[in-house]
Write a new protein. Sequence first.
Length: 396
Amino acid sequence: MPQATPLSANLALMTEVKRRLGDTMARNLAAQDQLGTAVTQNSQQQEALKLQIQEARAQSEQLQANIGAADAEIKATQKRVDEERAAIGELARAEYVQPDSTLLRLLRSSSMKDWLVGVADIAAAAGRGEQLKAALEQDVARLNQEQATRQSSLESLSGLQARQAADLQQVMTLGQKQVEASRLLTAQIGATRAELKKVDHQDPALADRISQALDDETSRIIGLANLQTWVQVDLAVAPNAVVQTSQSVGHSARSQFIWPMPKGPITQVFGPSQLGLEPPFNGFPHFHTGVDIAGPENEPVLAADDGQVVLAATGASGYGNYVVLSHGQGLTTLYGHLNQILVRQGDHVSQGSPIGLEGSTGNSTGPHVHFEVRVNGVPVNPATYLPSGSPSPTRA
């Protein structure tokens, strides 16, 4: 077979360069579109959090006012208790200590009847005083209990306000990063367009290096955008912590998770990668943070474990259309590149429930599901939680 001439080799290289530049441009535009949506959602989330903070502040101020009013009521009621206690003491002294004792009252009475009435009046007054004091003491106890409840509510509101303020700061920081990523993508689009215009007049080797550099930078920026996805996950999980108290009927007894795609080969494992589209992680320039399982398009993708849907998002880059489930104790799973999402945010799902249909949306080279496991936001090897061996439907 004759060797390719330098001319044909250059033509082949230029064809590859143009293909790469076109792909880079498409990825940039898709990522920019997705980031534009994310920035808008971020602004809406900021406004919602600000409104929540205002509502919590108003509730806190009202509670503080109620606590002040209740303090005054408690003091007034306690004063009445003290006054009744003093009055009862006076009656007791009048009865047992003062010269006008029961015996003297008997001697001074015109009749036994008058004496009995006098003694009965003192006893009745003392009895009524004791009843009133007991009732007032119950009121004080009740008011103190209500006050303790208000104080506990105020402390809870203070904690809520602190968390809301921290969430708002995170959302604002995320928004700034999204805007910066969008700015970088805009610059990349301009650079890629400029390169496409002059590529035909460049040395093929130089054009190849430039196109590769542009593609690598695009991958880096999109990787940063993917990392921001997990900031959104953390913000969604934190206020809606999932506590798993029991397992669903038919849950696997063999392992905590089942395979989200029971059929099909694993096309990429967890760990360092040579693919430029993978983001940097753990000191590696490119790291695949999950496991890829291939299969026929629109094959059902299953929930690996019982959980709650904390994100169900669509996009043209990165993970594409994806679902994130929270399983409690900081454990989350992501299912990426879906053709269709079958669940909504807030849904509770059982292990094995279909949550989407397999596809090739986002940064994908063919139909597959990207399955990712994170503990407190840090990617871990899914093999730790999945049944050993190749994907299979086994649950026992």
